[in-house]
Design a protein around this ligand. Structure first.
Ligand code: PNS
Length: 211
């Protein structure tokens, strides 16, 4: 059983109790008095519902920036579902949904069962609700991602108030990784081993018929 995860925040209300369990999302909290006489929120003694997070995206294909986010997410959430969005009828992706799932499964094999892969069609919040996930993970690379991600997070909140979007900044070493650019340069024969897992490089070369 994992120890409850605690989060520190700098807001006034929370400074008083300083630390709360992040499992307050969706859970009912009880108060207890801390050493300094302040109230602290806790649900100690209660069986905690596993905190499931969905990391949605097209992953066409998965790259090391994604893998880094998945590894860091597994350190925070009880279960992380890497969810490949696909549309069998009008998907402009290079790889099919199943090919993307297969690559991800191989790349994150060492993280199973805490991280696993699935695919879905439709809205990511609907998918999250269907599987009982309370969190959507999104990653921010540069400020250019921000506007779209903010709009999407707000729209998702509007549709599903019980699902929180949690943002992670991408690793600075990998922040320029993008599936779009990786596909483009792979088409010219570049391998980019720092940015792309070896098995994905091979699949890209086969798909793009690079010798
Ligand atoms: O690969 P990406 O561009 O990071 O994925 C974008 C995302 C997450 C929007 C997409 O893959 C997805 O989840 N599509 C499902 C439809 C959806 O939920 N759109 C957002 C509506 S606010």
């Amino acid at each position: 059983m994992r120890r409850p995860l605690r989060a520190i925040t700098s807001g006034y209300w929370l400074q008083r109790s300083a630390i709360i369990g992040s499992h307050f999302i969706g859970g009912r909290l009880r108060r207890r008095t801390t050493i300094d006489g302040q109230n602290e929120m806790t649900n100690k003694g209660k069986e905690r519902t596993p905190l499931v997070a969905v990391y949605p995206g097209s992953f066409d294909p998965i790259h090391n920036g994604h893998v880094d986010v998945i590894r860091r997410s597994v350190a925070i959430f009880d279960e992380v579902i890497v969810a490949v969005t696909y549309n069998p009828h009008k998907d402009a992706a290079l790889f099919t949904g199943d090919e993307r799932v297969e690559m991800i499964r191989e790349v994150i094999r060492d993280l199973e069962p805490r991280a696993r892969v699935d695919k879905f069609t439709g809205l990511s919040v609907d998918y999250a609700e269907r599987i009982g996930a309370k969190v959507l993970i999104r990653s921010l690379r540069a400020v250019t991602d921000f506007d779209y991600e903010l709009q999407m997070a707000q729209m998702n909140k509007q549709m599903s108030p019980g699902v929180e979007t949690v943002f992670m900044f991408s690793n600075p070493r990998l922040f320029f990784s993008s599936s779009h650019l990786i596909k483009e340069v792979a088409g010219y024969g570049k391998r980019l081993p720092e940015l792309v897992p070896e098995l994905v490089i091979e699949r890209l070369r086969a798909k793009l018929k690079v010798r």
